[in-house]
Design a protein around this ligand. Structure first.
Ligand SMILES: [Zn+2]
Length: 211
């Protein structure tokens, strides 16, 4: 997981939602416009939780704090809105089974243990990765909270593990073709700067000594 900086509430959102009380009244085309705005400007087409690449069809608007907890204050609070993958992952839209992120989390939300991706600036420090099994693990920082998040969002689902492994192996393959050590370092540095990089915190963790 990584920190995502929210922008201030865009004027189109204020205008479109001013008179609305319920999410269902917010039209699909306006929701689509909002989703695209968030993906483009805040999340760079990565899921808010698992950091897998998403597109407009493989994602949904996610109320981080479930709106059912307080419909009045949470439904149209821009700071509470993000974009999650559909849990089928990796742009597979035909699967009905949902494995992780927003659709698994649903309305479960323990405020005491939840690590809010738009509020915790050093969020990446709560997690570490293993490069043999490609799983995400807790760190000493607050293992109760990070453990809660890993389970809540099922961040070690088989699909995510396979996808992390594939991306890592592909990256290594590219690296091996660069013989010069300095050039290799430069390649890594450039790679982990790309905001649209799938599993960006996984790669940043691996190469943190170069950041
Ligand atoms: Zn996800």
């Amino acid at each position: 997981m990584r920190y995502v900086q929210k922008k201030s509430t865009p004027s189109f959102f204020e205008r479109d939602t001013r008179k609305l009380s319920y999410w269902i009244k917010y039209t699909p085309s306006k929701k689509r416009f909002l989703k695209e705005y968030i993906l483009e400007n805040e999340q760079y087409y990565l899921c808010i939780y698992c950091e897998s690449k998403v597109n407009m069809d493989s994602s949904h608007i996610e109320h981080i704090e479930p709106k059912s907890l307080d419909i009045k204050s949470l439904t149209f609070d821009y700071a509470n809105l993000s974009v999650s993958c559909n849990g089928t992952c990796f742009n597979v839209s035909n699967g009905n089974s949902r494995h992780n992120c927003g659709h698994i989390k649903k309305n479960t939300y323990d405020k005491q243990r939840f690590l809010h991706p738009c509020e915790i600036i050093d969020l990446e420090e709560y997690f570490k990765y293993d490069f043999d099994d490609f799983k995400i693990y807790t760190t000493e920082k607050n293992s109760k909270k990070s453990e809660y998040m890993i389970k809540l969002l099922n961040l070690n689902s088989g699909r995510l593990i396979i996808a992390r492994r594939n991306d890592y192996q592909y990256f290594n393959k590219q690296l091996k073709q660069i013989k010069d050590v300095e050039k290799r370092k430069k390649f890594i540095k450039n790679k982990i700067k790309v905001k649209t990089l799938q599993f960006i915190s996984f790669f940043r963790y691996k190469y943190k000594h170069l950041i």
